[in-house]
Design a protein around this ligand. Sequence first.
Ligand code: ATP
Ligand code: MG
Length: 420
Amino acid sequence: MRDATSGAEIAPRKLPQDWMTAGSARKVYDALERAGGAPRFVGGCVRDALLGRRIRDTDIATPLFPQAVIAAAEAAGLKHAPTGIAHGTITVIADHVGIEVTTLRRDVDTDGRHAVVSFTDDWQEDAARRDLTINALSATADGTVHDYFGGIEDLKAGRVRFVGRPEDRMREDYLRILRFFRFHADYATGPFDPSALAAASALKDHLKALSGERLRQETLKLLVARRAVETWRAMLDTGIVAAYLPAATSIDRMAKLAALEAMLQVALDPIRRLAALAVTGSGPALAETLKLSNAERDRLTAIAAARPDFVVGDATLVRRQVYDLGNALALDLLLVDWGAGEPDAVGENDWHEAYEIVRDWKRPDFPLSGGDATKLGLAPGPEIGKLMRDVEEWWIAGDFAADREHCLAELMRRVEGRGA
Ligand code: ATP
Ligand code: MG
């Protein structure tokens, strides 16, 4: 098997892994098995276990109908919640961890946005309605993997391809266009599957009709996937980006950000990457399309705003920016602006030094509050606000060196000097 980063041949990992033999997923699995539910682990957890990658979430499938899943959970003393009961999903909770249990399904109809499903007891039918071969694997807790569509071979070869004809599968659910790129970015080692790429390009205009929540989930995962930069570039070249997120085009800036994140070992962040892609001023529009939270929208908007570049080369100025922006936003701006206005690597040291300040310097709190001014006999009112801001500005200009005592003395000096 080819490892995406090293290119070395690796063998599929031996199953079962620990999470299959013990822990909360196994408790839920056992509860279903005791009720005659013949459960299997399905989807991403099997795929990632075979690759030796960290498991993100564990999903279980069973031929049992949802009511029988609930009965099985109750018989085992496990709590449950009907999180997706309309399409057959019950979340069963063991040791405070929720595991999604879904009744085997087959797709019977579709409008391209929602599949209409019915239940089945046929594992192959359930695998056939999944999107990609590598996502159609299932496994029992003893480590036996069931693979109806060549998913293991595709994993080994680093091939991301659909179960069935890509165009048919995309017409059933247009989100699969984005899922194809997302999984390609994370699991493929070679070029795009040509028929899937062609189908994605032909059907791209349907992306607009999908819900913001669904677009959001796939897009944010895609932005931090392993080969996100080259995949986004391909999505630009084929018009996919223009079809649903037309302002996310600054690919060179995202490429530079990704290189920096790797060099500095900064945790990847999808909002920061989206902000790097965003053309100036497009934050609110992007946030609207992807139904971002208010906090995410504000952050995206602040990074992608028409604004001066982050200033480096002067430690005091860097600290002042951290004070004004907070450490988190200062890091965003620094990383997105890194090298701005420099034709080559001139000033690289300045950016490194600024990075260390932004990372390590803790933004201090101004040592005074309005109460200090009233204690000096000033009546509450706008004048106090102005005085406090002046002293704060004096404190910042002194590079935050003055302690509370010195700030009080400065306040006093200004109060006394008022009438003069
Ligand atoms: P991740 O690690 O990102 O969660 P995953 O494989 O678990 O990857 P999910 O989006 O959580 O991906 O979906 C779980 C499984 O459900 C997939 O592996 C796939 O089999 C199936 N699936 C999810 N969405 C679709 C879809 N739109 N069309 C077909 N199958 C889907
Ligand atoms: Mg998942």
